[in-house]
Design a protein around this ligand. Structure first.
Ligand SMILES: Cc1ncc(COP(=O)(O)O)c(C=O)c1O
Length: 421
C-alpha cells in the first residue's frame, strides 16, 4: 500500500500500523475508524484545561453516541449531556451515573421529560413553555434552564444556537417571566446553561457569552452549577496547517472568570463546558472506495461510496474535510488535479469535496476522510436504502476491534410490516 498524501495520518500515527486496505477487506467499505489514543488525548486536554477545582466536561453525545466512544469518554472522567431519551439510554448503557447526565432538551413532550425525571436526571428547560410544563408536572423540583444571552457563533448559520435568529434558549429579556414561573411552581433553579454555536477557533465570542451568562447568574441564589456550552473548534484544514484553538489560553481566561464569579457570588459552585466535536472529531477517519472516475462538462468526478448517507456534513453545511488517497499497488500518481468527489446517492448535492486539488485518483483507491469522528456516524442514515457502515476502534496496543457491525439487508425491513394484498 502507498499513501499518496498521507501526511496528516502519518504524523498522528493514526492507523497505529494497521493497513487501511486490510481494515476494508475485513469490515467492508465504507468504514468509520477511530483511534482510542487520540480520543483519550482530547478528553484529557479538556479535563485539564482549567485549574478551578469543580470544573467538569460534559460530553455532548450527539457528536458521536457510539457505545465504545461513550465508554471511553466516561472512563476519562467526562460527564455527558443528552438531547433525547435515546441518548440518555445510551449514556446509561455506557455506564454514566445518572447524576453525571444532563438533559439539555429542546421542545420535548411531557413524557420525554418524565423519561429523564423518573431516572433522576436533571432537565434543562429551553423555553418558558417547557418550564411551565415541567413545573406543572413536578412542582417543588430541581430544574435548570437554558438561557440565550444574545451572542451566537458558528461555522454556518445552521449551527449558530444563540442570538436573535435561533430557536434555542430562554431570551435573557424574559428572565422576569422565568422567575415568575419558578415561583409559581416552587421550582429550585439549580443550574443555568447555554450553547452559543459550533466550531469556534478563536474564543472571543465564547468568552463574551460566558460573561453575559454570568451577569445573569447572580440573580439566581440557588445555583449549583453553570454550564457555558460547547462549540470548541478543531482545524479541519490540517493539510494547509490550519492552527488549533488555543485551549490553554481559553482555560486561563475561564479560570479568571470563574474564580472572580464565585468571590462575588459568595460560595463555590460547579462550572461545566459541553463540547462534542472537540472530543471526538479528530479521533475518526472515514474510509471509502473510489469506484469510478469520469468527466462531465469538464469536471472530473471521482465516484465513491461516501455519500451523504454516510457523512452528511459537507451536504448540510458545505463543510470541509481533508481527504487522503491510499493505493493498494505501488503505483504513484504523477500529477495533482482538481476533482469533485461524490457519493453514490441519487442527488446532485451528494458531493463530499468540490474542486479539490488531490493526487490523481484511480479506481479502487481508498479515500481517507479526515476528522470524521464527530457528526459522522451519528448523522448517518439509510437513505437510498443503503447500509450504514461498521465502526472500528484502533486500541492503544494497535489492535483494531469492531465496535459496531455494518447494517445488513435484513435491517432495512426489520421494523416494517408488510401488508396483505
Ligand atoms: C446544547 C448543545 N451542547 C453542546 C453541543 C456540542 O457542540 P460542539 O460539538 O460544537 O462542541 C451542541 C451541538 O449542537 C448543542 O446543541
Amino acid at each position: 500500500m502507498i499513501k499518496l498524501n498521507g501526511k496528516v495520518t502519518d504524523t498522528l500515527g493514526f492507523f497505529e500500523g494497521n493497513d487501511p486496505f486490510s481494515l476494508i477487506q475485513m469490515y467492508s467499505s465504507p468504514l468509520y475508524v477511530y483511534n482510542e489514543r487520540i480520543l483519550r488525548q482530547r478528553c484529557r486536554e479538556l479535563t485539564s484545561m482549567c485549574f478551578y477545582p469543580d470544573f467538569a466536561v460534559n460530553y455532548s453525545a450527539k457528536a458521536n453516541s457510539s457505545l465504545a466512544i461513550l465508554q471511553i469518554a466516561r472512563q476519562e472522567g467526562l460527564y455527558a449531556d443528552a438531547m433525547s431519551p435515546g441518548e440518555i439510554y445510551l449514556e446509561r448503557a455506557a455506564g454514566f451515573p445518572k447524576n453525571k447526565i444532563f438533559f439539555v432538551c429542546n421542545n420535548v413532550s411531557g413524557s420525554e421529560m418524565n423519561y429523564a425525571f423518573f431516572r433522576q436526571i436533571l432537565i434543562s428547560a429551553d423555553s418558558l413553555s417547557q418550564l411551565e410544563l415541567f413545573g406543572s408536572m413536578h412542582p417543588g423540583s430541581r430544574v435548570a434552564a437554558r438561557l440565550n444571552c444574545g451572542i451566537g457563533t458558528g461555522h454556518h448559520e445552521k449551527v449558530v444556537t444563540a442570538g436573535k435568529k435561533t430557536k434555542f434558549g430562554i431570551d435573557a429579556e424574559l428572565v422576569p417571566e422565568m422567575i415568575a414561573i419558578l415561583e409559581k411552581y416552587d421550582l429550585k433553579l439549580v443550574g443555568i446553561n447555554q450553547h452559543i454555536g459550533s466550531l469556534f477557533l478563536e474564543d472571543s465570542s465564547y468568552i463574551d457569552s460566558v460573561n453575559a451568562l454570568l451577569s445573569l447568574a447572580k440573580d439566581f441564589p440557588d445555583l449549583e452549577f453553570i454550564d457555558f456550552g460547547g462549540g470548541f473548534g478543531i482545524p479541519y484544514e490540517k493539510q494547509l496547517d490550519q492552527g488549533r484553538l488555543d485551549l490553554a489560553k481559553l482555560g486561563e481566561k475561564l479560570d479568571l472568570i470563574m474564580y472572580e464569579f464565585v468571590k462575588q457570588y459568595g460560595r463555590e459552585i460547579s462550572f461545566m463546558i459541553e463540547p462534542g466535536r472537540y472530543v471526538v472529531a479528530e479521533a475518526g477517519v472515514l474510509l471509502g472506495t473510489a469506484h469510478s472516475v469520469k468527466k462531465v462538462g469538464g469536471t472530473k468526478y471521482v465516484g465513491t461510496d461516501l455519500g451523504f448517507n454516510v457523512l452528511a456534513r459537507p451536504m448540510l453545511y458545505d463543510s470541509h474535510h481533508d481527504i487522503e488517497v491510499y493505493r493498494k499497488e505501488d503505483i504513484p500518481s504523477w500529477k495533482t488535479e482538481a476533482v469533485t468527489i461524490v457519493g453514490n446517492i441519487c442527488e446532485s448535492g451528494d458531493i463530499i469535496a468540490k474542486d479539490r486539488q488531490l493526487p490523481e485518483i484511480l479506481e479502487n483507491d481508498l479515500l481517507g476522510v479526515l476528522d470524521a469522528g464527530a457528526y459522522g456516524y451519528s448523522m448517518s442514515s439509510s437513505y437510498n436504502s443503503r447500509l450504514r457502515p461498521a465502526e472500528v476502534l484502533i486500541r492503544r496496543d494497535g489492535s483494531a476491534i469492531l465496535i459496531r457491525k455494518r447494517d445488513i439487508l435484513e435491517d432495512l425491513v426489520k421494523s416494517q410490516l408488510s401488508i396483505e394484498l
